[in-house]
Write a protein that binds this ligand. Structure first.
Ligand code: WTA
Length: 635
């Protein structure tokens, strides 16, 4: 029996038990059977969560692009690898076959080499969702360069911070990008960022919008002429299993974004195996994940997981509301999508529009629906199930993280009975645990606690780029010998998990992780601001929205408050990006603080959520009187 494709619940339990009884054997069998290795491993797993150090398939040699492209050429050379759907529905879709993908990636890889990029160099990719984004990711992997994709909605400051943190030598970008009716001048954002990034030697520019842009002599080069000249054959760099594949930044509770480092072999094995099982991908399926490749979901489940399986994966350049709210469903009908994977925030936004937008289209090709990024509420789950899946396509509510590299808790469609708002059961190889306040594991069912993972899985991030100490403190110090996720969860009577949300200062807004600290730092740069605190509050489309409590300096008190609000959001947009703008800003004279000076965010969260019935004991605060004042003026 191949354990590659789980088909019913009994089989899930069998595979799961095996994966836990002997994880090394389990992963070794999968690695043996389904991938191309230049050399096999000496050991399957070496690990130590207290160092922490994790090594999968040590001694093995491979190149991930050989697994994602070359090995499909003989049997699937003419199959569509990437199906590109442009922002403008009148622009024809592009079907890029595995043969074409091979050529493009090889040429691109040769261009990188000709520009001096070598194994281990970091390359920043700041591109819209166009095929060149996937080509550039794979071209880096082809030659062993480490890609660091930065979501093209981040501001110049945020981009520069990420470039400098990992000392990228090159940036790949485009003249502009299309999003709905808007054309965004991407290159000028890059120009601004590159004023403060001494490590960047070259900027390669893809032509997409034909906008007028400035090209800095010696630094900026159009990609196309270089591609035209490049040879279409580039031998893959033979990588060690634990050689870095990419860095991807994610927000932390405090401080700088964390550059999560993923390595080659384990990440490949895990994303490919989860993709195949979680989406039950079959040969002629057309799979579509609506995420952006700037996030981990795009890395693992638009690029690497699908391509390692020889799948057809859709890249959509646009937005769900353009030209109207039927766009997703139009695309499903047009390309006969079989698996559709999106975020709860998108579902909620579409669910509030007329059903006509859905009913106009034939969605009968759909077999599996997925969600990711934040808890899905019951109402959205049912809307998705009733109107999109027509109650026949199982919904896989997949819980995972940038740090986990791949899906961790999820139903297996047609095997695991689904339950609204529950991510259900751990994927084979994943050993979750719920912890109490004292760091003890809570056994049994119908319990809730902090979610940890007790045993390594192949795609776990190996470190934070340049800061192993922070990696240790963030993930391996809260609970002994466990990876701590930062999420809370409950386990129901049959052992299904429901993720209840973050238990730290990360706030998930429309599926994007935002740390409070960088936003507060940005606000505090406003000359009229003395101090600020950000919390999340429930929002019926975004899941959470941001609420800011701001203390003004004396000089700011006479200013027009609405103007100040606009200026504060402008600063946030410049420092981070529009995704971090505040929905509400309340000016206050003080913030509730403990005697040691720590802001009591718990109280601020409750006030912002208008849930002040049980604020707990506030008498021990340094300034208890401020609480009443804040409640009185809540927005
Ligand atoms: C949250 C996205 C509930 C969670 C792949 C996690 C979820 C954070 C789910 C990671 C889900 C993700 N149900 N919550 N199905 N999926 N989350 O790093 O809080 O962007 O810790 O990775 O999103 O977000 P990230």
């Amino acid at each position: 029996m191949s354990n590659y494709h789980i088909k019913h619940l009994e089989e899930y339990y069998q595979v799961y038990r095996k994966s836990v009884r002997n994880p090394e054997n389990f992963w070794e069998e999968i690695a043996e059977e389904h991938f191309v290795w230049r050399k096999k491993w000496d050991t399957v797993l070496e690990w130590n969560f207290s160092k922490p150090e994790i090594k999968w398939f040590k001694g093995a040699k491979l190149n991930i692009t050989e697994n994602c492209i070359d090995r499909h050429l003989l049997t699937k050379g003419d199959k569509t690898a990437i199906l590109f759907e442009p922002n403008n529905p009148d622009e024809p879709a592009k079907h890029i076959t595995y043969k074409e993908l091979h050529q493009q990636v090889n040429k691109f890889a040769n261009v990188l080499k000709s520009q001096g990029i070598k194994k281990g160099d970091r390359v920043c990719i700041y591109l819209p969702m166009i095929p060149e984004l996937t080509f550039s990711v794979l071209a880096c992997a082809r030659i062993g360069a480490i890609h660091s994709v930065v979501f093209a909605g981040f501001s110049a400051t945020a981009l520069a911070t990420r470039i400098n943190d990992s000392e990228c030598k090159m940036i790949i970008t485009s003249d502009g990008s299309y999003r709905g009716t808007k054309t965004i001048d991407l290159k000028s954002i890059v120009d601004e960022a590159l004023e403060n990034t001494p490590c960047i030697e070259t900027a390669l520019v893809v032509k997409r919008t034909n906008s007028e842009i400035s090209m800095k002599k010696g630094r900026d080069k159009w990609l196309q002429p270089l591609i035209d000249e490049a040879s279409n054959s580039c031998e893959p760099e033979i990588m060690n299993a634990e050689d870095p594949l990419f860095i991807l930044y994610t927000s932390g509770s405090t401080g700088m974004p964390k550059g999560m480092l993923h390595t080659t072999a384990g990440y490949m094995v895990y994303t490919a195996y989860t993709f195949k099982n979680v989406f039950q991908y079959r040969d002629n399926d057309v799979y579509w994940c609506t995420a952006d490749i700037g996030w981990i979901t795009g890395h693992s489940y638009i690029v690497y997981g699908p391509l390692a399986n020889g799948a057809t994966t859709v890249m959509f350049e646009g937005v769900p509301s353009y030209p109207d709210f039927g766009r997703f469903w139009e695309i499903v009908e047009k390309h006969k999508i079989t698996q559709f994977y999106t975020a709860p925030t998108a579902i909620r936004a579409l669910a509030k529009e007329k059903l006509d937008y859905v009913d106009k289209y034939d969605l009968s090709s759909l077999k599996v629906l997925g969600t990711v990024g934040e808890p899905i509420n019951e109402e959205a789950w049912h809307w998705y199930n009733d109107n999109i899946g027509k109650k026949k396509s199982p919904i896989v509510d997949t819980w995972w993280q940038t740090e986990t590299g791949g899906i961790m808790i999820t139903p297996i469609p047609f095997a695991t009975p689904t339950k609204p708002t529950y991510a259900t059961l751990p994927f084979p190889g994943i050993q979750p645990a719920l912890m109490d306040e004292n760091g003890e594991e809570i056994k049994g069912n119908q319990v809730d606690g902090k979610l940890c993972i007790k045993f390594p899985w192949p795609a776990i991030a190996r470190t934070i780029w340049g800061n192993h100490q922070r990696y240790k403190e963030t993930y391996f110090s809260a609970f002994e010998n466990c990876y701590f996720t930062g999420d809370g969860a409950l386990r129901d009577e049959v052992g299904y998990y429901r993720i209840t949300g973050r238990v730290d200062d990360v706030i998930i807004v429309s599926g994007h992780n935002l740390g409070t600290a960088p936003i507060e730092d940005a606000i505090n740069e406003h000359p009229a601001v003395a101090e600020s605190a950000i919390v999340g509050f429930p929002h019926n489309i975004k899941g959470n929205a941001l609420y800011g409590y701001v203390i003004l300096k004396e000089t700011g008190e006479s200013r027009n408050q609405n103007n100040l609000r606009k200026e504060i959001n402008q600063i946030i947009t410049e420092h981070i990006g529009p995704i971090a703008k505040l929905d509400k800003i309340q000016f206050t004279k003080g913030l509730p603080k403990t005697r040691s000076g720590k802001i009591m965010r718990r109280i601020l969260r409750k006030i912002a959520a208008k849930d002040t019935s049980n604020l707990g004991d506030t008498s021990t605060l340094l300034n208890p009187e401020i609480v009443e004042d804040i409640i009185k003026n809540v927005l």
